[in-house]
Structures are given as C-alpha cells and as structure tokens.
Design a protein around this ligand. Sequence first.
Ligand SMILES: NC(=O)C1=CN([C@@H]2O[C@H](COP(=O)(O)OP(=O)(O)OC[C@H]3O[C@@H](n4cnc5c(N)ncnc54)[C@H](OP(=O)(O)O)[C@@H]3O)[C@@H](O)[C@H]2O)C=CC1
Ligand SMILES: O=C1CO[C@H](CO)[C@@H](O)[C@@H]1O
Length: 448
Amino acid sequence: MASTPNRRTFLQAAGATASTFMILKAGSARTYAANEKLNIASIGAGGRAAGDIQAVASENIVALCDVDQNRAARMFNQFPQAKQFKDYRVMLQELESQIDAVIVGTPDHHHFPASMAAIRLGKHVYCEKPLTHSVWEARELTAAARAAGVATQMGNQAQAAEETRVVQEFVMDNAIGQIREAHVWTDRPLRGLSDVYWPQGVSRPTEQPAVPDSLAWDLWLGPAPERPYHPDYAPFKWRGWWDFGTGALGDIACHYFDPVFRALQLGAPSTVEASSTQVNDETYPLGSMITFHFPARGDKAALKLVWYDGGLRPPRPKAIQEGDVMGPNGILLVGEDDAVLMSDWTRWTMYPEQRAKDYGAPPKKLERSPGHHVEWIAACKGGAAAGSNFDVAGPMTEAILLGNVALRSQMREPLTRAQLEWDAEKLTFTNNPAANQFLRREYRDGWV
Ligand SMILES: NC(=O)C1=CN([C@@H]2O[C@H](COP(=O)(O)OP(=O)(O)OC[C@H]3O[C@@H](n4cnc5c(N)ncnc54)[C@H](OP(=O)(O)O)[C@@H]3O)[C@@H](O)[C@H]2O)C=CC1
Ligand SMILES: O=C1CO[C@H](CO)[C@@H](O)[C@@H]1O
C-alpha cells in the first residue's frame, strides 16, 4: 500500500521553518481495506531501531536506512526485499510515493530532522524517545504532525503497559490522597558503582582513530557540528554529549515521567531549577538533581517533581521501611498521611504495607492497550490516536528538556543555580533571557 498523491500534504518553502508551512489538504486521509498492509521505511536498523522494526514486521518493511552497514546487517538479512539506504534524505526522496509510514530509531540528534522530513511528505511517524533534542524542536514537530494529520507515536512503550493504567486508577480513586510531591530517579549514566553506561562529565577525546569501514561518519553526524569520529560517540555512547544526546534525563525521563504526567495530568512546568556536579560544554554532568514546579490543575494540587540521576536518590519516605528496596531506578508519588505509591517501572506498590493490604487494588476504569506498536499501526490505518501521539509526547518532551536547559544554564554566570520561570505559551524564560539560547540549536547545512 503506497501513499496516494493527495496524501502529500505539505509544500516546503525553501528556508521556511516548520510552523511556516502548515498546508494540509482537506480529505487527504485515505481509507484502508481489511488486511491491507502499510509500507514502512525505517531510519536506523541497528540498536533499538531493530526492535521497532521487529515490532511492526507484520506490515511491509519496504526500506531500511542505516549509516552503519554492519550494525544494520541483521535487519538487512531478515528483510531482503527492503531497499537499503545510508542517507534518509535520499531514501525519502526516492521512495516518497512508495512509503506510508516511517520509523525513526536513530540517536537523538537526528529525531527532529528525520521525523520532520517524513511529516513534510505526509508520512506517519514512529519516533524513538525523547521526541527531539531541543525544546523548540518538540514544539515545532508537534505542530507539524498535528497540521499534517499524520498518525504518530513516540517510543516510550511503557505508556501502553498495564501498570501505567493501574497507577492512573490509583490516583483516580484518590488512593493516597492529594499528591503534592513526586520523585523520579535513575542510575544512568552510571551502571552500578564501578561502571558506566556511557561517559558524562568528561571532555572531548583528542585521539583520532580511523573511522570503521562500515560507518558513514558524516551521515552519522548529520545536523550536528563536524568533529572527528571516536568510539566514545557511536554507537550508543552519544547519549552523554550535548551535540548528540540528551543526557540521563533525556534518555530515561520519557519512560519514567510518563506515568506521572498521565496520572497527575501534568502539562508545562512553571519553574525549573538544576543542581549538579560540574557541567562542561561537551558533556552532561555525572550527576544532577532537577526540580520542576507544576501549577495546580483542576482538583489537583500544585506539584513539585524532583529528578535525580547518576545514582542520586530521594530520601527514603517514612512509609518505606529500611530494608525495603528503593532500586537503582524508581518513581515515587507522595500522598497524604505518609502514604506513597512507588514503582520500579515494572510494578506500582502502595506503602505503608498495612494500608496497601487494607486498600487492595483500584477499580479498573481505563481501557487497556493492544500494545504500543499495535496502537500506532491502527492509528496509521485510520483508528484512534496512539497513546503517545505527538500531541501527548511533544509537551512532555518539552517539559523534560527544560531540565537540560536549566543544567546548561548553570555554566553561565550569573545564571548559577537560577530558578528559571517558564512561559510555555511564549516558549520563553521570563526571568532569565540568557537561558533562552539553550532552547534550540544550530544545524549543519542541508539537514533541516
Ligand atoms: N524505547 C526504548 O526502550 C529504547 C529507545 N532507545 C532510543 O532509540 C534511539 C537509538 O538508540 P540506540 O539504538 O541505543 O542507538 P545506536 O547508536 O545503536 O543507533 C541506532 C541505529 O541507528 C543508526 N544510525 C545512526 N545515525 C543514523 C542516521 N543518520 N541514519 C540512519 N541510521 C542511523 C546506528 O548506526 P551506528 O551503529 O553507526 O550508530 C544504529 O544502527 C535513541 O533515541 C534512544 O533513546 C534506545 C534503547 C531502548
Ligand atoms: O529503555 C531503555 C533502556 O536503557 C537505555 C539506556 O539507558 C535507554 O536508552 C532505553 O530507553
């Protein structure tokens, strides 16, 4: 099933920004016959992208694009009929009329250019988390997807899980009373006490090893400023570098903030403030704490949400006895009378134990998901919007990435430890204009 010409809803004016070319043809959505399959292209075929491709393999996988032929080899072999590319710009141009939907499973610095290129052609998009690299990009991409009327999903798969429904039902049932405080923590970028997932708090390597034969380094860099190849960037370790990744916060918060945002119906924060170990211009710090304040919403009280990474954790609440595990990653909602709900991301548990026994389980009120990728495929075929469509994922990504702006602002005198006041409507910090420079980034020519 290929896109019909009237599925192409955008005309890109040269040099225009996303918000300047929202041209959507009425009635452009097409209908799908029963059992008709989507034609899907994937940008990224190794790493996480391989998992995303497998998850939609019941559709037609028509094209695979990866800058590293070795890492893509497994998917290339599994889908021999798929056309192979190294440059997604070329792929989208050549196969425009044969593609319905696109997966973006690249490192974070490509999420916006790749997703935006697909949306401009009227393609449905599944983009890995975090939705974008900068706050501005999240706003632009969300607006573009909405205007194009394409089906979208961000890759925070736990949004579809049973446990994410359960915590919402706990809160709907007022199980621990009004929630004014929440804490979210991760071990990233550390792996235990003596290992790391990826480097942070380091400076740029000076050695210049040869680029592996299988890797198109300039395409890997894409929109990011030019620099020599180093294995400390690709694969996987790009997460800790400002130019490529979004640090521990960008890596994990799209998973762990999601149930908090859903259960407590959070939108934009009113303030954000960071405290961390040393920050430099190359990498995110080794450890940080970021505090977000959210205003009251309907019957829900104002909320303080604190993020911890690099192995930092919140103080143990009274309700959780010493000896009870507060693992390397977790989420804590603090209610009234010392009651809390805590998750290790697989299961939510209420404390104190006796209160949990007396309460039991919350009434089942929410519809269950058929699966995260299944939701997106159904939405592409005209079904309901997926749970992390960009209207949901975009605003949460914006809020999360504000934390990185607060972190980076610490480097600039006189911004040290400033509490940044956020005007979401105007996409600007009102009390600290110097911080606004970190809301967006520059791109190399030819990418956005
Ligand atoms: N939802 C989830 O549970 C998970 C999500 N993720 C997300 O998935 C994304 C990818 O992460 P991860 O798989 O660890 O990263 P990798 O570094 O392994 O990159 C994934 C693949 O994309 C390729 N790639 C890199 N740049 C391009 C490009 N310009 N065009 C096409 N392909 C490209 C990589 O090639 P190369 O080997 O050369 O880099 C690699 O094969 C991230 O956004 C991450 O946050 C990651 C893990 C789990
Ligand atoms: O879920 C995940 C598992 O860990 C990876 C490394 O931190 C993340 O990128 C990914 O989103």
